[in-house]
Design a protein. Structure first.
Length: 332
């Protein structure tokens, strides 16, 4: 049952329909949250930005110490109507002037916007981010199914559209991510190859995995869509490998699993992560490439060849840094 309307509440002339917009994700409000805290939590520019994306109402910033303008009063009243009607707010913390977020709001959902335009350099917003250290999810070795579950739970197996048969245990072992504990008996034949051969195989496996992960990470963080990335970099056939021809199918799967994980990790970048990531990588390009990839030129003015070369240059850098630094990339 909805709460009774506030005095400071006005039904918009043309209310927007209330449904989850494409490219948004739902957020359940809590007692301690405000528009401002939610905007900061998800690295959005301002509370007003978040309100506009939810209700299409532009609330002017009130002047400190000054009387609210008629436009500000009207916008605030419309936001209050949306909060009661759509979010189900039923608590006021300022004496009945405005609705506030609370656990009791039913359904208590607002939507966090993301921007994910294919290859146009537009920022991705609305995520908590990954911070200055970029990693691949690491897997413990308690059991096969527990390992797979923990690995995929980070992003969600259904969302990843990967079934267990596509990531069999030998893939993780040969990637060098599971090598101890209860899997010792499984790893033993692998180690029996001899230290030099085993290390060469592990190195080749990691190389294929991180090749996929790095290109997925870079392209996804830049705003490329899953389809755009996979249409160009998903391996449908095993790659050539003269040293371990019997492992070519494993290498293909490693590349594709890495590509998927890289895409998911790239989507977690918020605006701050994205700016730091690409500024760092671009600054470490050779002068020739810095001149070739002028970031002041709009992305849609680049040729397909330039885009591919840019992605390849940055992803190769990410791959090299992660392989050389304990599978981590620290943005400094």
């Amino acid at each position: 049952m909805k709460a009774r309307p506030l005095e400071n509440e006005r039904r918009p002339d043309h209310p927007i329909p209330w449904r989850q917009p494409r490219g948004y994700f739902p957020h359940k409000v809590t007692d301690k949250e405000t528009w401002g805290t939610v905007a900061r939590q998800f690295s959005l520019p301002s509370p007003q930005y978040l309100i506009v994306y939810n209700f299409r109402v532009d609330v002017p910033v009130a002047r400190v110490g000054g009387a609210a303008s008629a436009r500000h009063r009207k916008a605030t009243a419309e936001v209050n109507w949306y909060l009661r009607e759509y979010v189900g707010c039923n608590v006021s913390k300022d004496g009945g002037r405005n609705w506030a977020f609370s656990e009791s709001a039913d359904p208590g959902i607002i939507y966090i916007p993301t921007i994910d335009f294919e290859g146009d350099g537009t920022l991705i917003l609305g995520y908590k981010g990954v911070g200055p250290t970029i990693t691949v999810p690491q897997y413990d070795d308690s059991s096969y199914y527990d390992t797979i579950s923990k690995a995929l739970d980070i992003y969600g197996m259904a969302d990843m559209a990967i079934n267990v048969s596509e990531v069999p245990l030998p893939v993780w072992i040969e990637a060098g991510l599971i090598v101890t504990g209860t899997f010792a008996s499984i790893v033993a034949p692998f180690v029996a190859l001899g230290a030099g051969t085993a290390e060469a195989l592990r190195s080749a496996s990691r190389d294929h995995f991180f090749e996929g992960f790095s290109i997925g990470l870079v392209m996804s963080a830049s705003g490329a869509s899953d389809d755009y990335i996979k249409s160009r970099h998903h391996l449908n056939y095993p790659p050539a490998n003269s040293s371990f021809p019997e492992k070519r199918e494993t290498f293909r799967r490693l590349h594709n699993v890495g590509l998927t994980l890289g895409i998911k990790q790239g989507k977690r970048f918020n605006t701050v992560d994205k700016k730091a990531f690409f500024t760092y990588l671009h600054s470490h390009l050779a002068p020739y490439y810095q001149g070739q990839f002028n970031l002041l030129i709009p992305w849609d003015h680049w040729t397909e060849h330039q885009k591919r070369a840019y992605y390849d240059a940055l992803s190769s850098m990410v791959k090299r840094y992660m392989l050389d630094n304990n599978l981590k990339l620290k943005i400094e």
